[in-house]
Ligand binder design. Structure first.
Ligand code: FAD
Length: 403
């Protein structure tokens, strides 16, 4: 192994500057715990990656009550419900009436911009364009990583080392830290889906005040939003679909077909400026830690986007992890650190169940029998046909109380 050019030390090393990594860094720094964050992407790239948008109230509170001072109060759009649409009819689930809660639409890239600005304001050490290539000594009390700079002009063969007391893998679904933790006792539990989402961003007015989750015999569609003038929409597609094969007209007519009905509902259309095919799966790595190395967010678990839980779970993980790290930093005891994964996994599995349920109930399968297709309509009718049914969905969509 070549010797590193430099070796740096810190208390907590964090791989990944997504919502999990940056929020953890922010919470630790507020309490005076030294940490360094490494991310292989540039600030520019992350701030232009369009992903999540729906924040549960506790996620909003984490941004507004911990001194992030972002723009969520100004740009966030509070939503009081969703429309479940099937058989060509919409059924409004009004969250405040059902469970006394709301969700807020605030794009993940804006969350990133706010968190990165807060870390910069507070003198945080967040290194972009810095790729972790190797994880070192996971079973020691001083684990570490090797990394290299991807910045223009940097020598890609020059490696550096970071050593820390605790190492956190917040490096997303293809986590290099997770790979290094695999051993005979770890389990990767997953479920694959035979479909993906075709996602677009369009310059258009809102089509509806609330998000529409539609099940149609042609497949699922989600009519979501970004702002008054930019809309985010998705429709179920084959994972092998190529975005370039779809003209604007073809996309609009597919989306319209999936939300059409006797009420004459019509989408408001406009130029499409972003189109992507997003495959997804349900995945959990257990345990979420080994020795002094911990996983958080998508590095430990991913959910299909149908339940809007991924970013919220990432925040929920680091809420528990930050609390455990602060207890360890204060007292030197590991009790809370050792309990991290049990606490986090309880919420993770509830979110896995909800995301699986929403996905199965709203998507169509080519191999489904006529019985199955009719049964699902019965399921949707039982959800929307009673207050208890609607409450069951609303409670899960808006999120469970903090553990
Ligand atoms: C289309 C879509 C819609 C979604 N909608 C929602 C929603 O409405 N609500 C919701 O809650 N969730 C949603 N999600 C999920 C959400 O985006 C993710 O769960 C969230 O990004 C997880 O955050 P994270 O910090 O764990 O991981 P990430 O955001 O993936 O961040 C990981 C970071 O690690 C970095 N990294 C990876 N490998 C390395 C390495 N070797 N070295 C250095 N850095 C590395 C990456 O560059 C990345 O910046 C959606 C996802 C998609 C794709």
């Amino acid at each position: 192994m070549t010797s590193p050019q430099t070796t740096t030390g810190t208390r907590v090393g964090i791989v990944g500057a997504g919502p999990a990594g940056l929020m953890l860094s922010h919470l630790l720094a507020r309490a005076g715990v030294d940490n360094i964050v490494l991310d292989r992407r540039s600030h520019e790239e992350i701030s232009h990656t369009h992903r999540a948008g729906i924040l549960e109230q506790p996620s909003v509170d984490m941004l507004t009550q911990t001194g992030v001072d972002g723009r969520i109060g100004e740009l966030g759009d509070e939503h009081e419900g969703i429309d479940l649409r099937f058989g060509g009819e919409s059924h409004l689930l009004h969250f405040p009436e059902l469970v006394g809660a709301t969700v807020t639409l605030y794009a993940q890239n804006e969350v990133f911009v706010d968190l990165a600005a807060a870390r910069a304001r507070d003198g945080g050490d967040v290194r972009f364009e810095t790729e972790v290539t190797e994880v070192l000594d996971v079973d020691s009390d001083r684990p570490g990583v090797r990394f290299r700079s991807l910045a223009d002009g940097a020598d890609p063969d020059e490696v550096h080392e970071l050593r820390c007391d605790l190492l956190i893998g917040a490096d997303g679904s293809r986590s290099v830290v997770r790979r290094a933790l695999a051993d005979g006792g770890s389990q990767d539990l997953s479920h694959e889906y035979p479909f993906a989402w075709f996602g677009i961003l369009a310059e258009a007015p809102k089509s509806s005040p609330e998000l529409i989750y539609a099940r149609h015999e042609r497949g699922f569609a989600l009519i979501s939003q970004r702002s008054e003038t930019v809309q985010r929409m998705y429709f179920q597609c084959d994972p092998g679909e190529k975005p370039e094969d779809w003209s604007d007209d073809r996309i609009w007519s597919e989306l319209q077909a999936r939300v059409s009905g006797p009420d004459g509902f019509e989408l408001k259309t406009g130029p499409i400026f972003d189109r992507t095919v997003l495959p997804f799966r349900s995945f959990v790595r257990q345990p979420m830690s080994r020795g002094s190395v911990f996983l958080a967010g998508d590095a430990a678990h991913t959910v299909p986007p149908t339940g809007a839980k991924g970013l919220n779970l990432a925040f929920a993980d680091v809420r528990v992890l930050a609390d455990a790290i602060l207890a360890w930093a204060d007292t030197g005891t590991r009790e809370k650190l050792d309990g991290y994964q049990d606490t986090a996994l309880r919420r993770v599995w509830k979110a896995q169940n909800f995301s699986f349920w929403m996905t199965s109930m709203l998507h169509t399968r080519a191999d489904a029998t006529a019985f199955e297709n009719r049964r699902i309509l019965g399921e949707l009718e039982s959800v929307t046909g009673s207050r208890f049914g609607m409450q069951h969905l609303a409670e899960q969509y808006t999120g469970w109380p903090n553990s």
